[in-house]
Design a protein around this ligand. Sequence first.
Ligand code: ATP
Ligand code: MG
Length: 397
Amino acid sequence: MKEIFLMKLGEVVLKGANKRQFESKLRANVRRRMKPYGEFDVYLMQSTVYVEPMNDEADVEGAWEACKSIFGIVSICRCRPCEKNLDSIFEAVEEYLGADLDCAKSFKVESKRSDKQFPLTSIGISQEIGGRLAEAHPGCSVDVHHPEYTVYVEIRDLAAYVHGPAEPGAGGLPTGVGGRAMCLLSGGIDSPVAAYMIAKRGVEIECVNFFSYPYTSQLAKDKVLELARLVTRYSGRMTVNIVSFTEIQEAIRDNCPEEYFTLIMRRFMMEISQRIAKHDGCGALITGENLGQVASQTMEAMTVTGAVVDLPIFMPLVGMDKEEIVTIARKIGTLETSILPYEDCCTVFTPRHPKTKPSIGQVEHAERTLDREALIERALENIERVSIKYGETDAFI
Ligand code: ATP
Ligand code: MG
């Protein structure tokens, strides 16, 4: 049975002069995302991306699931294409949606005619098809106000399409139209959600993770790579830079006042992340920081940790409640992995009484005995870069 997907564009349609660039990016993204599922023809017309399987070998179910995580799309539906005449449309609805109608108590037909050559108006099409369907399904009556089921008929340029209710798309903007940003990815709940939220705005994501072997284990590293892999379902391929942080953390422990440990450590994280970001063409940093969540996430602490970088720092979760963050983590499928109990390097050498209202002067004084530049350079020399693509790597067992 021939079936194709119609994916309606979201904000992309509003973008005036950039519209073309946005659309071609989106089309390329959809083509790439369909590749693992067989041969699909992907074309874009009338603010809609059409995804059409080219043969019976195509994995339509796999492709359909993948479509739900493509940014730039507001709604998606599976349709049956047919010829642009009432008999073919009726036949297509009967074959394709007849079983659904038999299960419903009431229905209506909603039509849209973007091909103005078609002789009937939208209302005329709905009345005609609705009348025929009501006769064919005596148990299901027409109810135009509160129908249990809606049949959609769209008369477009190439063909007519019939379908049932659409599903929501992933929203946002097509990946790649908003540049690239570097996410500081820990193994927690917040940072994968932060990466997802910025990716949703059309931004390509790269990640950096600080890893303190032997204080943190291989399992902790695998967990971070698995989180990155889960995010790639939305963001597309990404590189994760694993930075060994042991020497820096030990230097802080041995040379700095305890109450400043976390702040100084976070300043190193920001600075190292920015250097990798600039080298790789990223225009911003992303963190999962959230105002007031922990001692290092007060305004004063953010001032101190942000002071060592000049790229903008995106903190998409800054004003959210934990429950709201957890809801998104659950929706995008990262929560279960995030709550696995492996330690993060932030939990190594944590101060008993962290400074919550630091000033830049105090922190600079507290870290003055460290050779920052030498420590940063050595950390940069030993980066492990892991390339991750959804569906390819199973980093975590
Ligand atoms: P998360 O749930 O993302 O771990 P958190 O609430 O535990 O966040 P912190 O541990 O204070 O908060 O970290 C704040 C942010 O700093 C994280 O959201 C993340 O962006 C970054 N970060 C923390 N630890 C690491 C790490 N080991 N590697 C890379 N980035 C990190
Ligand atoms: Mg954390």
